[in-house]
Design a binder for this molecule. Sequence first.
Ligand SMILES: N[C@@H](CCSC[C@H]1O[C@@H](n2cnc3c(=O)[nH]cnc32)[C@H](O)[C@@H]1O)C(=O)O
Ligand SMILES: [Zn+2]
Length: 419
Amino acid sequence: MLILIKNVYVNGKRQDILIEDNIIKKIGEIKKEEEMEIIDGTKKIAIPGLINTHTHIPMTLFRGVADDLPLMEWLNNHIWKMEAKLNEEIVYWGTLLGCVEMIKTGTTTFNDMYFFLEGIAKAVDESGMRAVLAYGMIDLFDEEKREKEIKNAEKYINYIKDLNNRRITPALGPHAPYTCSKELLLEVNKLAKKYKIPIHIHMNETLDEIKMIKEKFGKEPFLYLNEFGFFDGVDVIAAHCVHLSEEEIKIIKEKNISVSHNPISNLKLASGIAPIPKLLNEGINTTLGTDGCGSNNNLNLFEEIKCSAILHKGTTLDPTIVKAEEAFNFATKNGAKALNVKAGDIREGYLADLVLINVNKPQLRPISNIKSHLVYSFNGCVDDVIIDGKIVMREGDIITLDEEEIYEKAEEMYAILSA
Ligand SMILES: N[C@@H](CCSC[C@H]1O[C@@H](n2cnc3c(=O)[nH]cnc32)[C@H](O)[C@@H]1O)C(=O)O
Ligand SMILES: [Zn+2]
């Protein structure tokens, strides 16, 4: 399958992009040939598909159901109660709704931690998106639950591998150090090495959890986990990292941990503001996530890009902190590095995960500085999306999914959850 995007603004100039199978074959001057599908890029710019490194995608169905609460109350009194009613079908439709929202706002890859993974994987496969899927493990320090969670985790790793779908890969998802025992975390490290897959974990989101860990284990979360080798020999994506000591930042740097910065979720749950300028100073790989729709409440990664570019200017009173280019890289190159996917940039030999945006939009005019507009002005409504070399959306219409059906089913599924 050959796709030729003609005369599109990419990497600073108007040129052509040739896609062969799922790879960007050539960028430059390219002649049209018979068997090519041609996309006219004349009025469009091409950017790499965005990469969301922290989601709980089926939580689209929890949008707006428990606003204006702190994390622990939100989780314990609302979210975990509703999650008890979830099943494969509800998770499937919630995921499809999330895929529609992510495709429409230019996200092509997401890093998810949830449960009922068959439903999630089926929806991802149908949508055409790329995803790293982890079964979220919680043992609450109970041995019986631990055995069950470890068995489930390994079952899902093999389930996803057996799908043999190059767009869907497995990860391990121990929920957090305050919901997972040391024994479970040690087992997770072992499984990550055995299957050569990354670990996705919530870290240092709120002051409460840090207090809990310090009281229970006598030290801060990263120091506690590092002491028993949790970070050794594995790739870790740590979501949130809001409250960090200097010692903990050292560990993040030394262990090459990628941070998933979720500024809007952290603000909405009043968890705090992650010390991103300090992490950047240490060269720590910083990426962006939305978290779930219960605590954001959308999946528009352009909002996270803009928020990450202005929030830290405000906290440091330094307008030069987190420049537009850096913020854009959080959601593209850095995300690709964290998830170890050859995407996040439009270069020959890279995966053909790219997005076209028609510049005939008021927020993109005058065309003075495209990168600035994408970070500080654009509302995220993209036009065409190509993932793994397949056209998934054309001029705003998603080809792979039936939007109307998904919107209807989402209402039905929400009615079950809220009954
Ligand atoms: N097997 C676990 C599932 C854990 S999935 C990931 C969990 O993270 C929860 N979650 C969502 N957002 C956040 C957050 O910001 N911090 C901590 N947990 C969250 C989400 O509701 C879900 O319960 C169980 O039986 O509950
Ligand atoms: Zn989360």
